[in-house]
Design a protein around this ligand. Structure first.
Ligand SMILES: *Cc1c(COP(=O)(O)O)cnc(C)c1O
Length: 430
């Protein structure tokens, strides 16, 4: 691989990386475990590091760069809107935000949208909607799933069903309880007089690429109706066409009897929505869309003309180019290839997981793979290290799974290139 992409002279290469690395060591809060790569620029599904080495990016900035890096149409939308109006307060009306809300509603069902800046913040909005909904009856408790991920705010870590995000930040915000995912009886058993909502991901992302089952989704809807609970879905990672449909539940429920009536009461979004521009949102269905009245919720930067203009462009390009269908077809192909890796190298790979462009490659336990020598580093990270050497970016998900969350306009040739790099690295481990 390396010979194909000649790099700059070694000493300069070295210095550029060290310079950036040093700035981070000195001045950036060390809250992330970062890989030893400093990126410089990108084009489509490729990124280059400061030494000039090229990587095929199938991680998409963790499901964010939905139209690839430095997409000229996004650049144009940014330039055009920034010439007109970058920001106005939410004290005023403006066109781009109204049009983006209309787009989201048009893809779901009658309701309304609130705009914010991130996934965690979109979920915070949903927690507030749930509390408002149950307030007069003293109901406030939200049930979420074990292995879920809902963001890093205080509310987000309380909602997240993983101990590692909570550790050291106690006391945890009250009002959340976790139940096993895809287990309807567990939800049923957990409902208390204080329960007001259930929040799940359609496909768990950080928890290891696990889709909700048809029975779980339909059963939750019924259960929530019976107990007057809000059914809330965190679509921050799995939404916005990533599954091959606008929402993952639409893909999961395809062909299931009685599925057409399924609709959650609220959906949070972010990541792919802005194609790289930070924007989040939540949608509320009728009759809950006016629960948050004037003065009850807000954020300075939420739904700026600039962010909304970009998100409108992302919608436009996805629809114009039929990218949902492309994600679906190429995602199916990729998943077949991931499963094939499992069949060819059963000592290293368990198989593929997921839907559309939200895919995971599940590895065998670290102890079973001799080549994963570092006892302290999870198998998923050790695989990513080796993939980086070979020029491929993927995203670890937990200790056993690496994720593919590529741009929706990834070509078949690029997908094949990715599979070929992955296969050669896996072969070297077998
Ligand atoms: C990434 C993610 C979040 C948090 O989004 P941020 O923009 O990082 O705040 C919440 N929920 C899910 C499912 C996510 O994948």
């Amino acid at each position: 691989m390396k010979e194909l992409f000649p790099t700059s002279p070694a000493p300069i290469v070295h210095n550029q990386f060290n310079e950036v690395r040093e700035l981070f060591s000195r001045y950036v809060v060390p809250s992330y475990g970062r890989f030893e790569i400093a990126l410089s620029h990108g084009a489509g599904s490729y990124v280059w590091d400061v030494s000039g080495k090229r990587y095929l990016d199938l991680g998409g900035g963790i499901a964010v760069t939905s139209l690839g890096h430095a997409n000229p149409e996004i650049t144009e939308a940014l330039i055009e809107q920034s010439r007109r109006l970058v920001h106005v307060s939410n004290l005023y009306f403006q066109g781009p935000q109204g049009r983006l809300a209309q787009q989201i509603v048009r893809h779901l069902a009658p309701g309304k949208v609130f705009f914010c800046n991130s996934g965690a913040e979109a979920n915070e909005g949903l927690y507030k909607v749930a509390r408002k909904f149950g307030h007069d009856e003293g109901r406030f408790e939200i049930l979420t799933a074990i292995n879920s991920f809902h963001g890093r705010t205080l509310g987000g870590i309380a909602a997240t069903g993983q101990e590692k995000v909570k550790k050291g930040f106690e006391p945890i915000v009250p009002g959340f309880r976790h139940v096993p995912f895809n287990d309807l009886d567990a939800v049923k058993a957990a409902i208390s007089p204080a329960t007001v909502a259930v929040l799940i991901e359609g496909i768990q992302g950080e928890g290891g690429i696990t889709p909700a089952s048809v029975e779980y989704l339909l059963g939750l809807r019924k259960l929530c109706d019976e107990h007057r609970l809000l059914l809330l879905m965190d679509a921050v990672q799995c939404g916005h066409f990533r599954s091959g449909r606008f929402q993952s539940f639409q893909r999961i429920l395809e062909g299931a009897p009685d599925a057409s009536a399924f609709l959650p009461d609220g959906i949070s979004m972010a990541k792919s929505l802005g194609g790289g521009f930070p924007i989040g949102a939540f949608w509320l269905r009728e009759p809950f869309q006016d629960l948050l009245g004037p003065g009850s919720h807000g954020t300075t930067f939420g739904g700026t003309p600039l962010g909304c203009a970009v998100a409108n462009k992302v919608f436009e390009v996805i629809e114009r180019d039929g990218l949902a269908g492309h994600v679906r077809a190429l995602g199916d192909w990729l998943k077949t290839e991931l499963n094939r890796l499992g069949e060819t190298y059963p000592g290293v790979v368990r198989g593929g997981r997921g839907l559309g462009f939200m895919l995971g490659l599940e590895l065998q336990p670290k102890e079973a793979v001799k080549a994963f020598r570092d006892v302290d580093r999870p198998a998923s990270m050790q695989l990513c290290d080796r993939l980086h050497d070979a020029g491929l970016l993927l995203i670890p998900s937990g200790t056993q799974i690496v994720r593919l969350l590529p741009a929706f306009n990834l070509s078949r040739a690029q997908a094949e290139e990715g599979v070929s790099i992955l296969a050669s690295v896996i072969r070297s481990l077998a």
